[in-house]
Design a protein around this ligand. Structure first.
Ligand SMILES: Nc1ncnc2c1ncn2[C@@H]1O[C@H](COP(=O)(O)OP(=O)(O)O)[C@@H](O)[C@H]1O
Ligand SMILES: N[C@@H](CCOP(=O)(O)O)C(=O)O
Length: 314
């Protein structure tokens, strides 16, 4: 496959995976975005400039996650490999359970697609498949690619995803702590097996969540209950677990966002004054959305679009 462009801009949303019972399956795209600018160069030079989250921490060459995903995708599409100059403007915090690694992988894949002479050669399923191979699970990659709420699974033909309806009354609030937790660590504390009763309980709640998201927000508290991962993870995220339990005890649908330690609350506008008052008590007030315990409270819109790519120049 020939290359058709040499300079693209890509924007990818943060994502909150699991939503309680949808472990490794459900996810929601949020209005907080990373942006990358990719310029192919004639030499084999690979250069990465990072502004914002991860600056000074992530690799600045071929090992950078975006570059790896980009080059892997070009190779998979049979396109020639060249050097690349990458500029990242990162807003998604790393290691907080808001899908930063999935956003990086998806931005590389979407950029590669935008550089191909025929981008349609790489369809949505092919992109999800590559992203899932990098991530190990499709629940962040699906909403990062297509926006909104998604349900993803791996079938005989590879990873697939469908969009879920979200009632416009439902809004997301994220409570982001200062401390990071690698997803690999939070996966490492999960058991190999769970009791059948817990699996049955969680399967029922995940099914209920589809209905609660679509048109019955009053069911969100019950529908976001989970017995597959959150309790097991309490040992590596004590404050998160405490916060989730305190919010749920007051009737608010709080869950661990992804593998944590961010907390996601799904609430209607009517519930927000009570939520905000409770957060004031639980976290203490602070300037610029920061609270006494270092938690930042955000209320991003639900991103309905997913990853976008546009070509720059002639
Ligand atoms: N934009 C990015 N560019 C390069 N690497 C990234 C980027 N975002 C995340 N990563 C890598 O992924 C790690 C975080 O991934 P992970 O532990 O899965 O947490 P998260 O919940 O944020 O996805 C970072 O420490 C970094 O190594
Ligand atoms: N299903 C995964 C989701 C990980 O999401 P992240 O945003 O923390 O990378 C899990 O729970 O491990």
């Amino acid at each position: 496959m020939r290359l058709g462009a040499d300079h693209v801009l890509v924007r990818v949303p943060a994502t909150s995976a699991n939503l309680g019972p949808g472990f490794d399956a459900m996810g929601l795209a949020l209005g907080l975005h990373d942006e990358i600018e990719v310029q192919l160069v004639a030499s084999d030079d690979v250069r990465v400039e990072v502004v914002g989250e991860g600056a000074g921490e992530v690799p600045d060459g071929a090992e950078h996650l975006v570059v790896r995903a980009l080059q892997h995708t070009l190779e998979a599409a049979g396109a020639p490999l060249t050097g690349v100059h990458l500029r990242c403007t990162n807003r998604i915090p790393h290691g907080r359970g808001l899908g930063s690694s999935a956003a990086a992988v998806v931005s590389g894949i979407v950029a590669a697609r935008g550089l191909l002479a025929d981008p349609h050669a790489l369809d949505a399923r092919a992109m999800l498949s590559i992203a899932t191979a990098f991530e190990g699970h499709p629940d962040n990659a699906a909403p990062a690619l297509q926006g909104g709420a998604t349900l993803a699974w791996s079938g005989a033909d590879g990873p697939r995803a469908v969009s879920l309806e979200v009632d416009p009354r439902i809004r997301a609030t994220v409570l982001v702590p200062e401390a990071r937790l690698a997803t690999s660590r939070a996966r490492g504390v999960l058991p190999q097996q769970v009791p059948h009763a817990d699996a049955a309980f969680t399967a029922g709640r995940a099914a209920l969540l589809v209905e609660a998201l679509a048109r019955r927000p009053e069911l969100l508290l019950d529908a976001t209950e989970d017995r597959l991962h959150q309790d097991y993870r309490a040992e590596v995220m004590a404050s998160t677990t405490e916060l989730v339990r305190a919010l749920r005890a007051e009737g608010l649908a709080a869950t661990v966002s992804g593998a944590g330690p961010t907390v996601l609350v799904l609430a209607t506008a009517e519930q927000e004054p009570a939520l905000d008052a409770l957060l004031g008590e639980l976290l203490g007030g602070g300037r610029d959305g920061a609270t006494d315990g270092g938690w930042k409270v955000g209320r991003p819109a639900i991103d309905a679009t997913g990853a976008t790519c546009r070509s720059v120049g002639p």
